[in-house]
Ligand binder design. Structure first.
Ligand SMILES: [Zn+2]
Length: 434
């Protein structure tokens, strides 16, 4: 079926497009982007009137952008299907406006060899609702001891490597991983955490951790590892990507490294620019994330980093858990929240607050992750997969975890009023409407 999305405000940073127009889709691919000023001569205008096979979607008053890319999710399959599956996780992704998700390897078994990678890809092609790009482990079983089969996993389709959830404590192994990343032209994603400093910590170290009697994680636990990994990236020339940046010091380290020309990119997550450690008050396990929520000062620094380009991408670190697990005491509850279905609404607050332009925000959720991962996504160029998102910027809604498609109902944003919501997500021409 041929489809046209008409009369929307099209924003595609990859082509510098920002204006009213129509998008034509044929056989699951983008056929043409016809901007209104120049569309009087386009074939598209004539096609619309008399083609009975053409489905017309009216996008008047709506924003049309490339489908979002989330370079950091945990789909939990294989091994933890009670938390999430590839089917439920990708459906949640599509609901949140994402058409590509990259899944971290901390499954059971760990994605540390080509057979697990192959399993994930096969499951995704059978049951997935969007593109699933696997991230392979850096070390076998993510134990930090021996390098995993990076080359064969790369050939099987892994687009990056990370031990996310765990740091690579051994500096020599991280050095080797970065050397590999250079030869395979893939990023190594650093979960930056010095375990000797963070050990047993459950929230940010500060006044609130003291008053609550909880063990704190100092910002240095993150920053020391970021600094080490930047130095190793500079030593090797490998491509380093810093996951879930949460502190002012981290932003400064990355900014300085970029100024020196280091091969480093970075992401943050909506919760790190939306919430402070105050959210933990009352021992709220739905605010337990790793790295932990920090302070207002850190939020300001992260916003500044997003604005000046120090932080390239916004990812969710979608980390769903079963409700019972989050019902435990704060100390023993697992880290992580369900992020796919709140990410866009929370990120649009940056635009509403004037931190980013809408185009900059879209860049950080489409073009930039595509560039970091070197994937042919995040663009509305003719010939590419018709991965498209239509957003109603004005639509207000209240976050209710019960309405999440994700199996993970754990969110610190319950009851928040957000503005801006996906109304239609298209993945390879397939339409999901909300
Ligand atoms: Zn992590």
């Amino acid at each position: 079926m041929n489809i046209v999305i008409r009369d929307g405000h099209i924003i595609d940073p990859s082509q510098g497009i920002d204006g009213g127009g129509d998008i034509f889709i044929e056989d699951g691919k983008i056929k043409e982007v016809a901007l209104h000023k120049t569309s009087s001569h386009s074939k598209g205008g004539r096609r619309q009137g008399n083609d009975p096979e053409l489905r017309v979607i009216d996008a008047k008053g709506l924003i049309i952008m490339p489908g979002l890319i989330d370079m950091h999710v945990h789909l939990r399959e294989p091994g933890f299907e009670y938390k999430e599956t590839i089917q439920t996780g990708t459906m949640a992704a599509v609901k949140g406006g994402f058409t590509t998700v990259c899944c971290m390897p901390n499954t059971l078994p760990v994605n540390d060899n080509a057979s697990v990678t192959e399993f994930i890809k096969r499951k995704a092609s059978q049951e997935g609702h969007c593109a699933v790009l696997p991230i392979g482990a850096i070390t076998k079983e993510q134990k930090g001891e021996k390098l995993a089969e990076i080359g064969t996993m790369r050939n099987e389709g892994c687009i990056a490597f990370s031990d996310d959830g765990q740091p690579v404590t051994n500096s020599l192994i991280m050095r080797r991983a970065l050397e590999y990343s250079k030869s395979f032209d893939v990023p190594v994603i650093s979960h930056s955490e010095d375990l000797t400093l963070s050990e047993d910590g459950v929230m940010n170290e500060g006044v609130i951790s003291i008053t609550l009697g909880l063990k704190g994680i100092p910002v240095e636990a993150e920053q020391i590892m970021i600094f080490r990994d930047i130095l190793l990236a500079e030593l090797t020339g490998g491509r380093l990507h810093i996951a879930h940046v949460s502190t002012e010091g981290s932003v400064n380290l990355i900014r300085n490294a970029k100024n020196r020309g280091a091969n480093v990119t970075a992401e943050t997550c909506p919760h790190y620019f939306s919430l402070t450690e105050e959210a933990v008050q009352g021992y709220n396990t739905n605010a337990k994330v790793n790295p932990p929520l920090r302070t207002a000062r850190d939020i300001e620094a992260i916003k500044k980093g997003l604005k000046d380009g120090t932080i390239d991408a916004i990812a969710t670190d979608h980390a769903p858990h079963h409700r019972d697990e989050k019902m435990r005491e704060f100390d023993t509850a697992p880290f992580g929240i369900s992020g796919l279905e709140t990410a866009l609404g929370l990120s649009l607050r940056l635009v509403q607050e004037g931190v980013l332009s809408l185009r900059q925000l879209i860049e950080k959720m489409t073009l930039n992750p595509a560039k970091i991962l070197r994937i042919k996504k995040g663009t509305l160029r003719p010939g590419m997969d018709a991965d498209i998102l239509v957003v109603d910027e004005k639509k207000e809604y209240i976050v209710h975890a019960d309405q999440f498609i994700s199996k993970g109902k754990n969110t610190p944003f319950e009851g928040w009023e957000l503005r801006g919501s996906p109304v239609l997500t298209m993945y390879k021409g397939k339409i999901y409407e909300w």
